[in-house]
Design a protein around this ligand. Structure first.
Ligand code: MSP
Length: 513
């Protein structure tokens, strides 16, 4: 059986409801999953929730609940949000699933039995919000108690008997991995960051915790639970059958892309590949770290109280409006500021003016000059529409390249370049003049415009699925969205003459601030 295209999001902590920062990782992964499906690939798209650890236990207790009961309340919020945002994951894993816990214990046992895990004493600092150990040389000692270099929150000191993973043993293989071509960690600056850090030295890490109980118990020592990161990372293989279902595992592993935020690079590009190497498994093919959404230039996060929830944004600009904004506004990999003004601006300009008006103009003209029907033409590839043919062809090429490089903003830019070329074509071709002076040419022009709309609907479909569907419906191809195949769908001359267009309501009614 051919290997699938396997992509993942991180598992979201269930300490609070997802905000647009979380939605970002899922929307990006979803756009890729949808695109790859349109390209005919067998896609497996995984997401889920990270439910163990001290942070979740603490929040649950504050609410007077057992951690599992607390997680059970939050998980539906994630599922509902992903449904609302039209996220098309194939599987939703919870780290409290019995199959996952079994996989975690199995991997722990394997590494322990072969000597890659050993018992020692951990003495040092721990960041509960990041669920991360902080090494002595990373501490900012000017603050008392010292704060986490990643999130700036106070650290906890602990001294306990723990189990350690021999991370240091994997320094050379990890360097080789990070330096391999094509580079598995992207964008390149993130890969370089990790290379520098690995070259600076890798120490063994504690992978168990003794001071609390909410986690997967060690198979050999019930006084400890497995460190939540060691536990959660294993989801990427437990969800595809590790260790029992080898056929399913082979079908999917290695992951083609792990989508993550930049703050969790070390876990995904150093610790995780080392765990896999120790288990005799291949590391992921690609890990892409995106940047942060900020509010007034501070990372959007629940603890700072500066979050926007998907529902709030959707109330302003709709589901596709939010999906479009997030992937267009900032280059994928960089940080960007989220503001209601920017959201409305993109919606009104790019969606309302550029795309919305284009659809409206084309449909109005087909209605007025061709009795609602895409005209019959002598030549579907008439030279009269060469400008349009070239524009959409170039767009198709840019999409293929941008999607390979996971540069979603360049893909959307390329689509909008095409949209604006089509708008300009209308100005130049002046169909309203042709209606009086050259009815044959008018037919070619309007056929070309309807065809351009079809191709644009194919192009935006991974990003704005509802809009793509609405365009198909309006150009008389209702139900065709589900039949799109790429890149074939980008080739010119496919819209049948004679289909009846249905001018509907404007897709993007103006939004005032
Ligand atoms: N539970 C860990 C991941 C374990 S994966 C084995 C975790 N969870 S998280 O809920 O804190 O973050 C999940 C994802 O949401 C990360 O990719 C993170 O970058 C993303 N975001 C959370 N806030 C964000 C912003 N403000 N901006 C962009 N992405 C952000 O880490």
């Amino acid at each position: 059986m051919a290997k699938s295209f396997y992509l993942t999001t991180p598992l979201y902590y269930v300490n609070a409801e997802p905000h647009v920062g979380h939605a970002y990782t899922s929307i990006a992964a979803d756009a890729l999953a949808r695109y790859r499906r349109l390209c005919g690939e067998d896609v497996f798209f995984l997401t889920g929730t990270d439910e163990h650890g001290q942070k979740i236990e603490k929040v649950a207790r504050e609410k007077g609940l057992e951690p599992k009961a607390f997680a059970d309340r939050l998980v539906p919020k994630f599922k509902e949000t992903w449904q609302l945002l039209k996220i098309t994951h194939d599987y939703f894993i919870r780290t409290t699933d019995a199959q996952h816990e079994r996989a975690v214990r199995a991997l722990f046992k394997k590494l322990y039995d072969q000597g890659d895990i050993y018992k020692g004493v951990y003495q040092g600092w721990y960041c509960v919000p990041c669920e991360s150990y902080v090494a002595e040389n990373e501490l900012d000692k000017t603050q008392k108690p010292p704060v986490c270099p990643a999130c700036q929150r106070p650290l906890e000191f602990s001294k306990q008997d723990n189990y350690f993973f021999r991370l240091s043993k994997y320094q050379k293989p990890i360097l080789k991995y990070l330096e391999s071509e094509p580079r598995p960690v992207q964008p390149p600056m993130r890969c370089n960051e990790m290379l520098q850090r690995v070259k600076g030295g890798m120490e063994d890490i504690s992978i168990s915790r003794a001071s609390f109980g909410w986690g997967v118990q060690l198979p050999n020592d019930t006084s400890q639970v497995i460190w939540v990161w060691f536990d959660a990372l294993i989801n990427y293989i437990s969800a595809i059958g590790y260790p029992d279902n080898t056929q399913k595992f082979k079908q999917h592993w290695p992951a083609d892309v792990h989508f993550i935020g930049k703050e969790i690079l070390w876990f995904h590009t150093v610790i995780w590949p080392a765990m896999l190497m120790a288990a005799g498994l291949e590391p992921p093919r690609r890990v892409f770290a995106h940047g942060w959404w900020t509010m007034n230039h501070d990372k959007m996060s629940k603890s700072k109280g500066n979050v926007i929830y998907p529902k709030e944004a959707i109330a302003r600009v709709g589901i596709d409006g939010l999906r479009y904004f997030m992937l267009r506004e900032i280059p994928f990999g960089m940080d960007g500021n989220f503001s209601v003004e920017a959201l409305s601006r993109r919606y009104n300009n790019d969606l309302g003016n550029d795309l919305g008006n284009l659809i409206l103009r084309v449909l109005t003209m087909i209605k007025k000059y061709c009795q609602d029907k895409v005209p019959q033409v002598a030549d579907k590839k008439s030279p009269v529409t060469q400008v349009l043919q070239k524009a959409t062809h170039k767009m198709g090429q840019a999409i293929a390249q941008g999607m390979n490089e996971l540069q979603f903003h360049t893909v959307l830019e390329a689509i909008w370049v095409a949209i604006n070329q089509v708008n300009k074509y209308i100005e130049d071709a002046k169909p309203w003049v042709l209606a009086r002076e050259n009815p044959e040419r008018l037919k070619d022009v309007l056929y070309g415009l309807a065809e351009a709309l079809r191709i644009i609907a194919c192009a935006i479909s991974p990003f704005m699925p509802d809009t793509a569907e609405a365009i198909f419906e309006q150009i008389g191809l209702s139900g065709e969205k589900d039949k799109i195949k790429l890149p074939e769908g980008f080739s010119w001359g496919q819209i049948p003459s004679g289909v009846t267009v249905k001018k509907g309501k404007p897709l993007f009614p103006r939004q005032d601030d």
